[in-house]
Design a protein around this ligand. Structure first.
Ligand SMILES: NC(=O)N[C@@H](CC(=O)O)C(=O)O
Ligand SMILES: [Zn+2]
Ligand SMILES: [Zn+2]
Length: 431
């Protein structure tokens, strides 16, 4: 199949927007230029659209194998396509845990058979996420794993983390850190602040996250093993990561749209739909995350898409699991808050949502160029729509952003030369 994507403003690798046509042949971009001839290609009208590289999300939970009432590889990758993502890294806290090469291979194969988006498993650091013995990193990488994490839990033992970093250095992959010291976080449900106090709910202090980040920076420096910090949320953590990067220690970090845009007060408004780990914190923490995004300390945006069933997220806060969905609204959330508002250049946002995560996990993705894979996303920078969880492809419905008016919605997603998502024209602007 040949497509001619015509008349759009294309985000070029140097960050500029240029009115260019793109030709796709098979799974590749074969031509980019002004006013390309039709030559037996099917036209995709991209006037009034911005053309971006397919986005890359370094942190999603697809829940397969084992938790298919929450999500499946099929529904999760459909949600990715609807959010403009061509690549997602999936987390290993499934059941069974992604700790064998057979499970890694099965996930990749299944995702490829659907073809909505590429899935790159991040395998477990330790068997069963028990925090004790390392998995077979080399075998898991050979099967397609792009990093290692015990996400959902922090690796409590420093000796185990040091060993993991030594192996990671040897194999040139990052250790992806969910930072949570359980001696400080245990039994907590919300940020340890005013709202938790008001609701008489046990809190999770910022230090539970920051002390483990500080520990792993020290271990990264000592071993030379690379660390990627997940979903950074407290001010203290942003500061120590910034210092570590300045000191040349091989660390990177991601931040979520929810930690950039929301605070602990959400619990009063949306209850368990705003319960997430790490928790939505204080206004000073949120401001520090924004500062970290702007200055490049937090160089990647991750959704931490964490679907649960409607029943689970309808429970009272203390009985509900941590996490909510994000894939289908992450780009419009970020675009509206940071680009439409004039705070950040589009090129920088897309770097943080495509090029930089692709580089970190060595994915062939994240920029538009001739000869590269035809993974791309058309964005409507004009229309405003409200977030309506009922329209999600994900099985998850919970999000504290329900009802928000956003712009910058993906209207068409192409993955490996195939159209994998189009937004229905009837979903027109509300403004
Ligand atoms: N973020 C969450 O609140 N939940 C995640 C686990 C995690 O990312 O730590 C989940 O798997 O549900
Ligand atoms: Zn986590
Ligand atoms: Zn996660």
């Amino acid at each position: 199949m040949r497509y001619l994507i015509r008349g759009g403003r294309v985000l070029c690798p140097d960050g500029s927007l240029e009115e260019l046509d793109l030709r796709i042949d098979g799974d590749r971009i074969v031509e980019m230029g002004a006013h390309l001839p039709l030559t037996d290609s099917q036209v995709i009208d991209a006037r009034d659209r911005i053309v971006l590289p397919g986005l890359v999300d370094p942190h999603v939970h697809l829940r397969e194998p084992g938790q298919t009432a929450k999500e499946t590889i099929e529904t999760g990758t459909k949600a990715a396509a609807a959010g403009g993502f061509a690549h997602v890294c999936c987390m290993p806290n499934t059941s069974p845990v992604i700790d064998t090469k057979e499970i890694v291979e099965a996930i990749i194969e299944k995702a490829d058979s659907y073809g909505y988006a590429k899935v790159h498993p991040i395998a477990a650091i330790t068997h069963g996420l028990r925090g004790e013995t390392l998995t077979d990193f080399a075998a898991l990488i050979a099967a397609g794993a792009v990093g290692f994490t015990d996400d959902g839990k922090g690796v409590q033992r420093a000796d185990v983390m040091r060993q993991a970093l030594l192996c990671a250095k040897e194999l040139a992959v990052p250790i992806v850190v969910h930072a949570e010291d359980e001696t400080l976080s245990r039994d907590g449900h919300l940020h340890d602040g005013e709202v938790a106090k008001e609701l008489s709910i046990k809190g999770i202090p910022s230090e539970a996250e920051a002390v483990m980040i500080a520990r792993d920076i020290v271990l990264s420096e000592a071993t030379g093993g690379a660390v990627h910090f997940c979903h950074v949320s407290p001010k203290s953590a942003v500061r120590v990561i910034r210092d570590a990067i300045r000191a040349g220690i091989p660390v990177t970090a991601e931040v979520t749209p929810h930690h950039l845009l929301l605070t602990q007060e959400e619990a009063l408004r949306v209850g368990a739909w705003g319960k997430v780990n790490p928790p939505l914190r204080a206004a000073t923490d949120r401001a520090a995350c924004v500062e970290g995004l702007i200055d490049g300390t937090l160089s990647m945006i991750a959704t931490d898409h964490a679907p649960h069933t409607a029943e689970e997220k309808a429970r009272p806060i203390e009985a509900s699991p941590f996490g909510f969905v994000g894939l289908e609204i992450s780009f419009p959330l970020m675009y509206t808050a940071f680009v439409h508002s004039g705070i950040m250049a589009l090129g920088k946002l897309v770097d943080s949502m495509a090029r930089i995560p692709a580089e970190r996990f060595k994915l062939h993705a994240g920029i538009l160029n001739v000869g590269g894979y035809a993974d791309l996303t058309l964005i409507d920078p004009h229309a405003f729509r409200r977030v309506d969880p009922e329209t999600f492809y994900s099985k998850g419905r919970a999000t504290p952003f329900a009802g928000r008016e956003l712009t910058g919605w993906p209207t068409l997603t192409i993955h490996r030369g195939k159209i994998v998502f189009t937004r229905a024209a009837k979903e027109e602007s509300i403004r």
